[in-house]
Design a protein around this ligand. Structure first.
Ligand SMILES: Cc1cc2nc3c(=O)[nH]c(=O)nc-3n(C[C@H](O)[C@H](O)[C@H](O)COP(=O)(O)OP(=O)(O)OC[C@H]3O[C@@H](n4cnc5c(N)ncnc54)[C@H](O)[C@@H]3O)c2cc1C
Ligand code: FES
Ligand code: FES
Length: 1353
């Protein structure tokens, strides 16, 4: 480091208008840690720590002195080094508005439009939108889409977020439904309904109320006023040294310098070649965090003129290596708009690709230089730059400047290139295209937004003058080797040849030779990747031929219509849709909230960042943080645990493992205590907890956890997949349900078919990872546990048992969860209990908040299933007998695997009648992390197998699948295989309505027409029905408690046993209380769920909580009303406050408990098939249309229509939110999300970078949801029904629409339309199922003695 220079070591920047001066910044600290830990601005969340979820989005603003302009850009605080924000103004969600002062227009809209559920993603989304508005006060929907490419939400399904913000765009007409005014707003105030039934039902069963489509009134939104925004700090504009200061910070392990000149940079590089330039930190940050790398000297080049300049020359554009991708986009767009098209074809290709590069927040900081220097084999830019023959200037102090061409020699090995360590990449020159140089890039991905391509290509061709003979061809590929590679022999062999089909044929064969891939290649998907290379070349061939045919019409045939579809580029279409629901009955009091789309009770707090999650809670003075030590082997003896080095690290306060507990207390589990809290003698999966390091802060604990050394000795067998488990017969007790005589059924069937389907698992991907805090009470060995759990009582029970204290000394408190979906029902035990052990031993509070990769490795998810089926049926398609064996991958402990399988057996029939059934479930025991509860609990896996069976019957009989479905569809009075009679079965109504709403029959024909004239793009449309049973099988779980406390000022504090995880439970409970107490919702507050208010609760699961707790709340509130009755009678003109005051002075108790147990159910015994498992059923139906790119396997959902029976909705906004959110989660399950495990049981997909949940781009372009009207449910509170889980299953319609599209593609190419498609229908599976002459060229990837990169578990 240059020592002669005067350096500044105080970091100065602004946060929300306030100046922050920070001396001695630790270069390893991120902006996120500083905001959350130092400034306690906890609105900015940590969702992944790898730049992939957008929860930590903040706005950075920089004054561009030359242009006298302030540039605002969204960034991810989790990857931004704190040291990099010198001279910037940072705005967080707290800086733009609050519930205490004034809400910003963005905050108000996302909240009122029901765009937040758990709220964890909301601040990040608010800040992306806010940044957009600061740059473009009236943006287009297209820009909005661009700004949201880096934000994920797991709850809402995105539609309401876009809808809420639509009013701020140029597309402002919509704003919710079609924009008409809600009639209920105009309705005269009626009176509170009287005459409740036992479930509080006030609806007349025969009455069908008006339909409404207005979930909120956009007219009420405050207009956006840009003049009210926080001004950019004038101090940062003053012409001083902000942009010319030499900065130096020295931390314990890393030094950071911001240099001001290239000369300084070269000097430093000459002295310390290993010093690393840190530009956007989007690669380096990942290396440090996830690959445990340490770079002792970091150089920030942000103010060095040579590396930040952009210059346009005669031959092209030269970018400084540290120019950000967003600035490159801006420049290239300007070039494309101002130059002849033929000159800017390379630029256009780069622009097309950049749209899908990372998220907006990544592009705002990531640099071209960083991408080139990383030399990743899957870089999206490098193939393009290589094909364009970009020229680089590199320089060093000793050897001076040299020019390097990005060609086949540039990349020298995995993440290596020929630029030497002491050299600096200064500029990148991208040339204009000169001759006829058509150019394409393509980006096949699992998810469009923010996704690195699996294989990508940069291809360029130039022709001899006035000829179609190739002069020069450049073909560069990413994803096919350890480096970006050029297809050298293909390029050479094709030069001089005419651009015709013979060239295409020869090219594809040559490419396959040029780009071999071993069957065990890292990244897997070997056959698919090979197919992609030639498919992309084929697309390129066609698009070039299309252009040549215009230039040489006599030599080159124009593209046929069918061929044109192969060259289409994806274009953004703003999503649209309607939401329809039943209006409240005429005359319902305007303040009676039941049936109205009331805003989520925490929505405004979500939008302002005020909502507190466990990791946001203020730190206790002597608090410690914990980090887990996890097993790296799937099945092995633990030979030794050595924590000495970890304990030697400054700030580490302790290490805890099995030795800290008596053996019998080290065993836990919700059903069977078969899991060790800390692994003792052996480990049974990768990711199992071995120990816990406790330290002064999280970073220290994590660093120490990495140096705890474990020695193992592998144990055989190591069972990873379901197939392994079947071979070893490794399962817990199989479950069977039999109805009728299945063998006799087969004998009497005219046809019998058999088949098999695998359904992949799913990661919960709640945006808030597991977070828990244990605080010793200080007396009597008691413990207070603040936990992000769905199961407060279960947590209390486990903590008490392991600590050896009675339950009354342990309190579990749950404020809210940032999403859960089943993942926080039992698996939290493995964290909240260990930290309680540590807290009890150290007598200090201990908190843990997992990183995303830890969470994904440790906590399990949805069970993968293998379904084997056999069906007998008549020639008319009537089912006579069904036999099904379901195998689930349960992982290493029982957890809830038995119950999950139980629900799969119960719900597998979906809506289909069959007199003879024999269904068996095998919950397999494997060496994977224990799989657990997940929204809809085994039913999605079972039902998609059933639907596969149904579609096979239709294919076999050459019958329309809808006909088969309708012929076998249940009606009221039918009896299921578990002997429960279906009452009020509305599935046929839902089906008929959705068929009509979706114009299904007409669109089916249109799809056929489309497919007959399109060869490489195919469409599919499918209608799927749904039945889903609601109830806990175990009778005792069907109970609930509540506590209502009325204070003397008339305000009401409500508590109940359910937890709020985004599903709107608290909101609905407040609505129930409001109706019964006849007071506005604003007077009722729910603070938290706590075991010291409502004891012995059932976990918030199975969609049942509003049913159960709603009735308990109703019960408690009714008691209060009965007590107030005399005061109301004696003062009928009085108001609530008068009656409460009178009762108080009359010494009447104003607190009441409520209790409910579901009547008319008897529990269900799976072994005997006796009892009634379900209280009632939910029904629904969906129609989905998709479009598939047969050459890449990419698909998009064009339209989805759903009709869902939710009874009389308690809150249509919440229920529609659940329908849309669940559907999108199902869409992820069945099409995008793929967990990949190595053969050794290591999870390879551990974060948003590799595991793709649906993003904004994946929502159906048209999404219409309608709640069935006139279907009150007498078996739940106020005639409502549950909505949390059932709609997820309707995403089977996406899967089967895709399957249909693929079948059409296969038929066109002369292949059988009958084929196996496992779930998820990923791009890989779709492409490989769309067999054609290209896939025929791919030899099967045969493993000899190698292991595959990943296995299907
Ligand atoms: C969420 C996320 C999404 C992403 N999506 C994509 C994607 O879609 N496609 C894709 O290709 N990549 C993607 N990436 C990878 C990454 O963003 C890019 O490679 C990016 O261009 C790196 O730029 P950077 O400025 O952040 O590099 P940094 O992390 O700052 O640096 C990367 C490396 O380059 C070196 N370096 C930087 N500048 C110079 C220089 N001038 N001279 C010498 N060495 C230098 C650094 O020392 C370091 O070794 C993604 C990353 C994240 C976190
Ligand atoms: S936490 Fe920063 S992007 Fe996910
Ligand atoms: S509301 Fe978006 S993640 Fe929960």
């Amino acid at each position: 480091m240059p020592t002669t220079m005067h350096s500044r070591n105080t970091l100065t920047f602004f946060v929300n208008g306030k100046k922050v001066e920070e001396p001695n910044v630790d270069p390893e600290m991120t902006l996120l840690t500083f905001l959350r830990e130092k400034l306690r601005l906890c609105g900015t969340k940590l969702g992944c720590g790898e730049g992939g979820c957008g929860s930590c989005t903040v706005m950075a603003s920089r004054y561009r002195r030359g242009r006298d302009h302030v540039k605002h850009y969204s960034i991810v605080a989790c990857l931004t080094p704190l040291a990099a924000v010198h001279g910037l103004a940072v705005t967080t969600v707290e800086g733009i508005g609050s519930t205490q002062t004034r809400l910003h227009a963005v905050q108000e809209r996302i909240a009122r439009a029901h765009g937040s559920q758990c709220g964890f993603c909301t601040p990040g989304i608010v800040m992306s939108m806010y940044t957009l508005l600061r740059n473009h006060p009236k943006p287009s929907m297209d820009q909005l889409d661009e700004y949201f490419t880096g934000n994920l939400c797991r709850c809402t399904g995105y539609r309401p977020i876009l809808e809420g913000f639509r009013g701020l765009t140029t597309d402002a007409s919509a704003g919710g439904g079609c924009g008409r005014k809600d009639c209920c707003k105009l309705r005269a105030q009626g009176c509170w309904e009287e005459g409740e039934t036992s479930n509080g039902d006030v609806s007349d069963v025969n009455q069908v109320n008006d339909i409404s489509h207005v979930l909120y009134d956009p007219e009420n939104f405050r207009p956006y006023d840009p003049s009210q925004e926080l001004i950019f700090p004038p101090e940062l504009k003053t012409p001083n040294e902000w942009e010319s200061q030499y900065l130096a910070f020295k931390g314990p392990r890393v030094s950071y310098v911001r240099l001001v000149s290239l000369e300084q940079l070269l000097d430093l590089k000459a002295q310390e070649p290993e010093a690393r330039i840190v530009a956007g930190n989007t690669e380096l940050g990942i290396d440090v965090k996830f690959k445990n790398k340490n770079y002792p000297v970091l150089i920030d080049p942000a103010i060095i003129p040579e590396v930040t300049a952009i210059s346009v020359t005669e031959t092209g554009v030269t970018f400084g290596s540290s120019v950000t991708l967003s600035d490159i986009e801006e420049t290239l767009r300007e070039q494309v708009n101002t130059h002849p098209e033929y000159r800017t074809r390379v630029f256009a290709a780069i622009l097309e690709m950049l749209r899908w590069f990372g998220g907006k927040q990544i592009r705002n900081v990531a640099t071209l230089g960083g991408n080139i220097m990383t030399s990743s084999p899957i870089s999206d830019l490098n193939p393009l730059l290589a094909a364009a023959e970009a020229r680089l200037t590199v320089t060093s102090k000793e050897k001076g400047e040299r020019e390097v061409v990005m060609d086949q020699n540039f990349f020298t090995g995995y993440r290596q290139n020929l630029i030497r360590p002491e050299e600096v990449l200064v500029t990148i020159h991208i040339p204009y295209t000169q001759q006829v140089s058509p150019y394409v890039s393509s980006l096949p991905s699992r998810r469009r937004d923010d996704d690195i391509a699996i294989v990508n290509a940069g291809m360029r061709v130039a022709f001899r003058p006035d000829s179609i003979a190739v002069e020069r061809l450049r073909l560069a590929f990413g994803g096919m080797a350890p480096t970006t590679v050029m297809a050298l022999s293909t390029m050479k062999e094709l030069e001089g040849r005419c651009w015709d089909s013979a060239l295409m044929e020869a090219g594809t064969s040559l490419l396959l030779q040029d780009l071999p891939l071993s069957a065990s290649a890292p990244g897997g998907m070997v056959e698919y990747r090979r197919a992609l290379t030639i498919s992309l070349f084929f697309k390129f061939y066609l698009s070039v031929r299309g252009r040549l045919s215009e230039q040489f019409p006599s030599l080159v045939h124009p593209l046929t219509k069918a061929e044109q579809t192969a060259t289409q580029v994806h274009r953004y279409i703003p999503p649209q849709g309607t939401q329809l629901f039943q209006s409240v009955p005429p005359g319902q009091h305007s303040l009676d909230p039941i049936g109205r789309p009331i805003t989520h009770a925490s929505a405004f707090k979500h939008a302002t960042g005020e909502a507190v999650y466990v990791d946001d809670m203020p730190r206790f003075e002597n608090e410690l943080q914990a980090a887990p030590v996890l097993s790296t082997r799937a099945h092995a003896k633990i030979l030794s645990i050595d924590e000495k080095e970890a304990l030697g690290i400054e700030g580490v306060e302790g290490f805890f493992c099995w030795k800290d507990l008596p053996e019998e207390r080290n065993k836990v589990g919700p059903i069977a205590a078969d899991e060790e809290l800390f692994a003792s003698k052996k480990v049974v999966c990768v990711g199992q907890l071995i120990g816990l390091v406790v330290a002064k802060d999280r970073a220290t604990a994590q660093r120490a956890a990495r140096v705890v050394r474990i020695q193992y000795e592998d144990i055989k067998p190591c069972i990873i997949t379901i197939q392994d488990a079947i071979k070893e017969q490794s399962w817990w007790t199989p479950l069977t349900i039999t109805k009728g005589d299945v063998e006799a059924g087969f004998r009497s069937s005219e046809h019998v078919l058999e088949g098999e389907m695998h359904v992949g698992g799913q990661e919960h991907f709640y945006l808030e990872t597991h977070a828990h805090l244990a605080v010793p009470k200080g007396e009597d060995g008691g413990m207070e546990v603040y936990s992000a759990t769905q199961n407060a009582a279960g947590t209390q029970r486990h903590v008490a048992a392991v600590l050896g204290v009675p339950l009354n000394l342990v309190t579990c408190r749950v404020k809210r969860l940032g999403g859960a979906f089943g993942g926080k029902e039992t698996r939290n035990i493995m964290l909240s209990v260990p930290i309680s052990v540590a807290a009890a031993a150290l007598k200090r509070p201990v908190r843990i908040s997992l990183d995303r990769d830890e969470d994904m490795q440790m906590t399990g998810g949805r069970h993968p299933f293998l379904g084997r089926w056999k069906i007998g049926f008549t020639k008319e398609g009537i089912f006579k007998a069904i036999k099904m064996d379901l195998y689930s991958n349960g992982g290493c402990s029982l957890d809830l695997s038995g119950a999950v399988m139980g629900y799969a057996l119960l719900n597998h029939d979906n809506v289909y009648r069959c007199e003879n059934r024999h269904i068996t479930g095998y919950p397999c025991k494997t060496n994977l992390p224990s799989n657990t509860a997940f929204r809809a609990f085994g039913s999605p896996q079972a039902i998609i197998v059933t639907e596969y069976m149904v579609s096979r019957v239709a294919e076999f009989l050459n019958m329309d699948p809808d006909e088969v479905r309708l012929k076998n569809m249940y009606v009221s009075g039918d009896v299921t295989h578990y002997k429960q009679t279906l009452e009020r079965c509305t599935v046929r109504r839902c089906w008929d309505e959705v068929v009509s709403q979706a114009d299904y029959h007409m669109r089916k024909e249109m799809v056929q027409q489309f497919n007959s004239s399109n060869k490489y793009t195919k469409r599919g449309i499918a209608a799927l029905p749904l039945k889903f049973g609601l109830g806990f099988i175990e009778l005792f779980l069907n109970q609930a408690g509540a506590l209502v406390m009325v204070y003397t000022d008339g305000s009401v504090l409500l508590s109940h046993g359910g937890t709020e995880m985004g599903q709107g439970l608290h909101t609905k409970m407040i609505q129930v209380a409001s109706r019964v107490l006849k007071i506005p919702v604003t007077r009722i507050y729910i603070d938290e769920t706590s075991t010291d208010k409502v004891p012995n609760t059932t976990s918030t699961a199975a969609s049942l909580s509003s049913d159960l707790y709603g009735m308990a709340v109703l019960n408690a509130c009714t008691t209060i009303m009965q007590r107030l009755e005399p005061y109301i009678a004696s003062n009928p003109k009085g108001e609530w406050d008068d009656w409460v005051t009178a009762a108080y002075f009359d010494r009447v108790s104003l607190s009441a408990t409520g209790f409910y147990k579901t009547p008319g159910i008897s529990g269900y015994n799976l072994e005997t098939n006796e009892g009634r498992p379900f209280n009632y059923f939910c029904f629904g139906a969906a129609v989905t249309e998709v479009e598939v790119d047969c050459l890449t396997g990419d698909h998009s959902v064009l339209r989805t229509d759903i009709v869902m029976d939710v009874g009389d909705s308690l809150n249509p906004a919440v229920d529609i939110g659940q329908v849309e959110g669940a559907f999108m989660q199902g869409l992820g399950l069945y099409t995008l999300e793929e967990l990949r495990y190595s053969p050794e049981g290591v999870l390879l997909t551990r974060g948003p970078g590799t595991y793709k949940i649906p993003g904004f781009q994946n929502i159906p372009r048209e999404f219409n949801v309608s709640l069935l009207r006139g279907a009150p449910n007498p078996r739940a509170v106020f005639s409502s029904k549950a909505t949390g889980e059932p709609p997820l299953l309707l995403a089977t319609s996406v899967f089967y629409a895709i399957k249909q599209a693929v079948a059409s593609a296969r038929a066109d190419q002369g292949f059988s339309p009958v084929f196996r498609l496992d779930s998820p229908a990923t791009a890989e599976r779709i492409r490989m199922a769309c067999q054609d002459s290209l896939t025929q060229k791919i030899e099967p990837a045969v493993l000899n003695n190698e292991k595959p990169w990943s296995v299907t578990v």
